[in-house]
Design a protein around this ligand. Structure first.
Ligand code: SAM
Length: 238
């Protein structure tokens, strides 16, 4: 791994890190490479692209001071662990749950977490089903989600997990403006209020225009939501 690119990037973002974090990012690269060689885990990227697209991009909410160090947090549709694993590497005191619908990704995560010496819960489930379980519904300070669905659909997949007073953070691109009206309507139905978008720049990638869509959980999600698995995507609220 290009350690300098990672450490320069984190420093430019104002994100704190220590040598343990750097070592864990390097080990995570090796584990991702090992799995990608034997299965279709995630897009194969160059070392530098992986640092920018996965590690630095995932750290954005820490740069914004959006997540308390002891937050109870769920990563909905984490895939190979983004943004959840980088957030945990940078802030191992987070109480993290990594959720994904695909078993092979959850199996990978269990192995990767053990080898990285990190503690997190993993959950093999559809978000729509997990959010109806009492141990997960309205239990989290923060729900994060990247590259899983449109903004309106994401509201239904994340807000039911969040406690009143908590926050949903969704990674979005420059097209988010077109999704905002629908996202606001969906949030309203689900007991949330869109706070707005904040820039989430990755150092040296000024053309990306990545943003975080922030939605506050201002109320309680009605019992009817989330709807059954698949329905949020097929019939988005709003
Ligand atoms: N968040 C990761 C990232 O940014 O690299 C993975 C993105 S990948 C494009 C989308 C992931 O979301 C997949 O791993 C998929 O299995 C998961 N996913 C999609 N819909 C889901 C749902 N309703 N419940 C749980 N996981 C879901």
């Amino acid at each position: 791994m290009n350690t300098e690119r990672l450490t320069n990037g984190l420093t430019a973002m104002g994100v704190a890190f220590d040598q343990n974090a750097v070592d864990r990012f390097a080990a995570y690269c090796d584990i991702l490479d090992e799995y990608n060689a034997k299965m279709d885990l995630t897009a194969v990227l160059s070392d530098d692209e992986r640092i920018d697209r996965h590690f630095l991009d995932s750290a954005a909410p820490l740069a914004q001071g959006l997540i308390a160090p002891d937050a109870h947090i769920i990563d909905v549709g984490t895939g190979a662990g983004f943004p959840g694993v980088p957030l945990l590497i940078l802030c191992p005191t987070l109480r993290m749950t990594l959720l994904d619908a695909l078993a092979k990704r959850v199996n990978f995560l269990n192995d990767a977490l053990a080898r990285l010496g990190l503690t997190a819960a993993t959950l093999h489930a559809r978000a729509e089903d997990a959010a109806r379980m009492p141990e997960h519904r309205a239990q989290y300070d923060v729900a994060v989600s990247r590259a899983v669905a449109s903004a309106a659909v994401l509201q239904e997949l994340t807000l039911p997990f969040v406690k009143t007073g908590g926050l949903s953070v969704a990674w979005k691109g420059p097209g988010v403006a077109d999704e905002l009206t629908a996202a606001r309507r969906a949030a309203f139905v689900l007991g949330g209020t869109v706070r707005g978008v904040v820039p989430a720049p990755v150092p040296g990638r000024d053309d990306w225009n990545h943003v975080l869509l922030l939605t506050d959980k201002t109320g309680v999600t009605p019992k009817a939501y989330p709807r059954k698995a698949g329905t949020p995507n097929k019939k988005p609220l709003a």
